[in-house]
Design a protein around this ligand. Structure first.
Ligand SMILES: Nc1ncnc2c1ncn2[C@@H]1O[C@H](COP(=O)(O)OP(=O)(O)O)[C@@H](O)[C@H]1O
Ligand SMILES: [Mg+2]
Length: 343
């Protein structure tokens, strides 16, 4: 790696080459006994937008975030958050950064509004100002009605929203959202996505961890894929998808008897792996480039092979992850030993 961390030089302070990244790490390491949870992670998170850290359970996402949030000391490497060194300038980082997710700190016996008022008071709001900020946030997150109920009566989705509301009482420059939608139903998940988008629109940089490829695809500008404590790929979703080939081709012939002739034509034209699927009329082919695909249709016609459908699709991020790691992101929630996911 030829990355170099920003050091606090004059040129950075006056702007230097563009904006200082929100987060930069170099060779980040954390060990727990014999387990190396974070094994040399290099990250550059630009300021603004959502940066996704994607990885399966146990990949090292939470450990990374806890180090960046100054909750856990580093065993090796360097990290700067909003221009401050996590090892020596923790106070500056804590005053600017917000964290929510797998270790929520809501008081279960208090109501939603009481929790938010309490936190706003801790931030120095006067009593009436705390009350109005709490009400404003509950309304914005669509939980005004539930505000007067104890948090312990809330559904997972409501709790997650109050948790995020609690973390943005004061608009943070940077927020860590650690698996904010894990365990949520699709509707609550969409609500959390809307909140994330609203945070970004308000100027906050979001570092979001997720096990869900489609979530990273939906929200994040750039993504780091981590597995077993290492970054195994980094880029935009488009770049990650392109890295495993541009997509796949799905063809159905009208007459299953002509399928193998059609498959031979595709093999010749595409010079790619062509699969005859269980469905006796269907063929699929990997595409590393779509440029030669168009030649297939006239070739089928010339051979007198009727085609029922012909479609090019992008690979899913699941296929991307499988291609990068050799294993899927299968979500073994039964073995969720680390996070206290709200269920
Ligand atoms: N406090 C801890 N003590 C011992 N092992 C831990 C601790 N926290 C995390 N680990 C281990 O470190 C690895 C990474 O965990 P974690 O960062 O929580 O992953 P993720 O958030 O991606 O699921 C896992 O193998 C986990 O069991
Ligand atoms: Mg975690």
């Amino acid at each position: 790696m030829e990355n170099e961390l920003h050091t606090e030089t004059e040129s950075d302070i006056v702007g230097g080459m563009g904006q200082t990244p929100a987060i930069e790490t170099l060779g980040l390491i954390k060990r727990f006994g014999a387990t190396t949870a974070v094994d040399g992670i290099d990250l550059t998170v630009p300021s603004g937008g959502v940066y996704g850290v994607l990885g399966p359970n146990g990949a090292g996402k939470t450990t990374t975030i806890r180090m960046l949030a100054t909750l856990l000391p580093l065993d090796g490497g360097l990290a700067r958050v909003l221009g401050h060194d996590v090892a020596t300038e923790a106070d500056s980082i804590r005053s600017k950064v917000s964290l929510t997710g797998q270790f929520a700190s809501l008081d279960e016996d208090l109501t939603g509004i009481e929790n938010l008022v309490l936190l706003a008071r801790l931030y120095g709001y006067s009593r009436p100002a705390a009350r109005s900020r709490a009400e404003e946030l509950l309304a914005a997150f669509g939980i005004a009605d539930a505000g007067s109920r104890q948090v312990k009566t809330y559904s997972g989705g409501m709790r997650r929203r109050v948790d995020i509301a609690a973390s943005i009482i004061v608009t943070p420059e940077l927020i860590f959202l650690d698996e904010p939608t894990t365990g949520l139903d699709p509707r609550s998940r969409n609500q959390v996505w809307d909140i994330v988008r609203a945070l970004v629109a308000g100027g906050t940089t979001v570092l979001l961890t997720t096990q869900y490829l489609d979530e990273a695809d939906q929200l994040a500008g750039r993504i780091a894929v981590i597995d077993r404590g290492k970054v195994i790929a980094e880029g935009t979703t488009g770049e990650l998808k392109a890295s495993v080939g541009s997509g796949s081709l799905h063809v159905r012939v009208l007459d299953p008897a002509r399928r193998s002739a059609a498959a031979d034509i595709l093999r010749t034209i595409l010079a790619e792996q062509v699969f005859e699927e269980a469905d006796s009329a269907a063929i699929s082919a990997r595409l590393d480039s779509t440029s030669s695909v168009a030649a297939a249709l006239p070739a089928f016609e010339a051979a007198g092979i009727g085609i029922a459908s012909f479609a090019i699709g992008q690979p899913s991020l699941d296929e991307v992850f499988l291609a990068l790691t050799g294993h899927t992101t299968e979500n073994d929630t039964a073995d969720d030993t680390v996070g206290e996911h709200t269920t």
